[in-house]
Write a protein that binds this ligand. Structure first.
Ligand SMILES: [Fe+2]
Length: 330
């Protein structure tokens, strides 16, 4: 018997979970759908299958895909959860087993079970594949028609681990450019830049030494450049091992903007200092007569601070949790 969701603004209003999967062949349209508008619109977001264990952190809510298929003045709708390992285990149990905010609150039945992430952050179509993304893990491939989960996708074994949830598809070449933060879990600030060709094969990987270990969520490309905006929301294993939240805001470090020619190597990256601010998302970027212009969302400091885990009696320095997993204390 599924329990009711708790009274939580992150589970109410526009965030209220949908507990069903359904198909509508012909949605009611207010006004008139343009006759020449045809295609599919996909979106994904957190939609927890069951009432959460403890504090709800939407960054780890189960991803649900919503597909709107438009054509012939009609709009069809379909929604499906992404069948992650977590989703399947909880479906079988009929309740939440994984805490979305603190691994210490996991049900003992799933102790040591590796997460595949929640696949809840973004969804992208490239080379005929539909990929549900969450930055700490590899993509999960989805059937574009049925929304069936096909499973983790690693570019035929060539993607070493995770990838950003915000890859960029070059409209001229069809290439997908993306990166991985903390790709080897060394937490030394290194970034991997990847390029997949228009056919979906991973054709280029460059390891870039970042200025410091930080949460880099998005980036920009232009026709000729790759731009990283590294902001001082830092991640420290030292803090984690001391039992403190691993993620902290360190404005004294300032921002570092990294610029690399698309055809260049790691040695070609130039880092430019800038005053401290927080940038989660980039809108667009382009080259402009020797300059690079980037449109982005800038905050003075993180406006959505990661939830901090509450110290508890008997806490010991943490060794096992993966700091990149959003359940590890963000
Ligand atoms: Fe994002």
């Amino acid at each position: 018997m599924a329990l009711p969701y708790p009274d939580d603004p992150l589970l109410a209003g526009g965030f209220e979970p949908i507990r069903m999967e359904c198909d509508y062949a012909d949605l009611v349209v207010e006004g008139e759908a343009p006759a020449d508008l045809a295609g599919a619109l996909y979106r994904v977001g957190p939609n927890p299958q069951f009432a959460p264990r403890g504090t709800y952190n939407p960054l780890q809510g189960d991803g649900m895909i919503h597909a709107f298929r438009i054509g012939g003045r009609r709009v069809a709708y379909r929604n499906r959860w992404v069948r992650t390992r977590q989703w399947a285990l909880e479906r079988e149990a009929g309740r939440a087993l994984f805490s979305t905010s603190d691994p210490r609150d996991h049900d003992p039945a799933v102790a040591g079970v590796a997460s595949q992430g929640a696949a809840n952050t973004h969804i992208v179509s490239h080379a005929g594949r539909l990929l549900a993304l969450e930055e700490g893990h590899a993509p999960i491939e989805i059937d574009p028609q049925t929304l069936e989960t096909l499973g983790p996708f690693d570019f035929a074994g060539t993607l070493p681990g995770n990838m950003t949830a915000h890859p960029k598809v070059d409209p001229e070449t069809g290439k997908m450019v993306f990166f991985a933060n903390f790709p080897t879990r060394d937490f030394d600030g290194a970034l991997l830049l990847h390029v997949a060709d228009a056919a979906g094969a991973l054709v280029r990987t460059v390891k870039i030494a970042g200025p410091y270990p930080a949460l880099v969520h998005d980036f920009a490309i232009t026709r000729r450049h790759v731009v990283f905006i590294v902001c001082p929301l830092t991640l420290s294993l030292t803090r984690l091992r001391a039992g403190a939240p691993p993620i902290a805001w360190e404005p004294d470090l300032g921002v570092r903007v990294g610029v690399m020619p698309r055809s260049g190597s790691a040695a070609d990256v130039r880092w430019f200092p800038a005053p401290a601010c927080m940038v989660w998302h980039v809108l667009n970027a382009h080259d402009d007569d020797g300059r690079i212009l980037v449109d982005l969302c800038q905050q003075d400091a993180p406006a959505f601070p990661p939830p901090r885990r509450t110290p508890r009696a008997g806490d010991r320095p943490a060794t096992a949790p993966d700091p990149l997993d959003h359940r590890s204390g963000r």
